[in-house]
Write a protein that binds this ligand. Structure first.
Ligand SMILES: Nc1ncnc2c1ncn2[C@@H]1O[C@H](COP(=O)(O)OP(=O)(O)OP(=O)(O)O)[C@@H](O)[C@H]1O
Length: 366
């Protein structure tokens, strides 16, 4: 089942004009503040009636301006996960979950509850009230409540934004399980490239109310046109497999035609691992550098150069068939004479393992 969205809406000078399809799995709406993410989510949720357009989940039409179809929120069969868990404070976890089931079209079977409780690891919390839960636990209960409503679509609006890094890495594996074990599409709003890298099946990059690009995390995050030019944020995703584990605690990953050395990844040789390399962690050299501590020095070719208005520039690289981004200063780009097609060396200062397929593990520390 997939979600199809075509929307046009005006708020004063802001014009939203976006079309995309969200297949099964996690589709991340990604973009700067004010690019239109929440407006889209609100339209899909039935909280905002757009000027024109059509929204459908599979064959079910939620909104169609030409046919004057507009289903109210409670008939859309949605699971909504907000930034703050929004549990009922006076109800126990068990009662909060039952509230989700109550909204299901057919009452959910008790095996469904058991499966969801097991999946989210909240069995020990059932008799507590939200006030006695950590932020991460509350968010797990909120995910459970959304799932038990037997939704046809899950909307997650920056569900991790209010959590600290530790809680984030506690919750991310549950979203991965949700992505891998349920068949409903999940529309997920995020500002965080690390979250996108880890979770996204598909990424819709929004810019000023329009879809700048849609594709896999690798395609979208590796495109310098859609990554912000401000400090931090940009980064590429590489799909790799574990080649071998070295006795000194490093793991060698095969990424297309190149090998990467990263801190040990607890996965067997042959396992698939997604890694996230932030643009600011990639340095460029026009000759192979010697005598440096960085372990990953990779031959690369410059595919594109994007010079911003500020002091920075983003360089898109082909590294053994992978797309990688490097952030350098404009001054360095000039001094090194960087140009499209040039052969250079990419020096990776840090590589985070963004997805290792094991629930319960976070992004490796640098
Ligand atoms: N009810 C409203 N009335 C007028 N303008 C609005 C309204 N809601 C949103 N806007 C405007 O529409 C634009 C898009 O807002 P939206 O909240 O969708 O962005 P966003 O990408 O979700 O941003 P953020 O990441 O900050 O949440 C902004 O310019 C915002 O000011």
């Amino acid at each position: 089942m997939s979600l199809k969205v075509e929307l046009s809406h005006r708020f004063g000078t802001f014009a939203l004009d976006a079309s995309f399809e969200a297949p099964q799995g996690v589709t991340v709406l990604f973009g700067r503040s004010g690019s239109g993410k929440t407006t889209i989510v609100n339209a899909v949720a039935g909280l905002l009636r757009p000027d024109t357009g059509r929204i459908a989940v599979g064959e079910r039409v939620l909104f169609d301006s030409t046919r004057r179809v507009w289903l109210p929120t409670h008939r859309r069969r949605l699971g909504y996960i907000f930034q703050d868990a929004r549990l009922f404070p006076h109800l126990t976890v068990r009662q909060n979950l039952a509230y989700g089931r109550w909204f299901a079209q057919k009452a959910g079977r008790s095996e469904d509850s058991a499966r969801v409780i097991e999946m989210l690891g909240i069995g020990a919390l059932l008799d507590r009230r939200p006030g006695a839960l950590s932020g991460g636990e509350r968010q797990r209960v909120a995910i459970g409540r959304a799932l038990l409503a037997q939704p046809q679509l899950i909307l997650a609006d920056e569900p991790l934004a209010a959590l600290d890094e530790e809680r984030k890495s506690e919750i991310l594996p549950y979203f991965e399980r949700l992505r891998d074990e349920t068949s409903v599409p999940i529309l997920y709003v995020s500002h965080s490239p690390a979250e996108v890298a880890r979770l996204a099946t598909s990424v819709v990059a929004l810019q000023d109310g329009r879809v700048a690009r849609q594709g896999s995390a690798t395609e979208v995050l590796g495109d310098p046109k859609v990554t912000p030019l401000g400090p931090g944020g940009a980064g590429a995703v590489l799909e790799t497999t574990v080649a071998t584990h070295h006795p000194d605690g490093l793991t060698e990953l095969q990424a297309g035609g190149v090998q990467l050395l990263v801190p040990q990844v607890q996965r067997p040789p042959g396992a698939h691992v997604r890694v996230h390399v932030e643009a600011q962690d990639v340095m460029l050299a026009i000759r192979r550098p010697e005598g440096i501590s960085a372990l990953n020095v990779l031959p690369a070719r410059i595919l594109a150069l994007r010079i911003g208005d500020g002091p920075g520039a983003l360089v898109q690289l082909d590294v053994g068939g992978n797309l990688l981004l490097a952030r350098v200063t404009r001054r360095s780009a000039t001094v090194l004479g960087l140009r499209t097609g040039q052969e250079v060396f990419a020096v990776l200062k840090a590589v985070s393992v963004a997805k290792d397929g094991i629930a319960g593990r976070g992004i490796l520390p640098r």
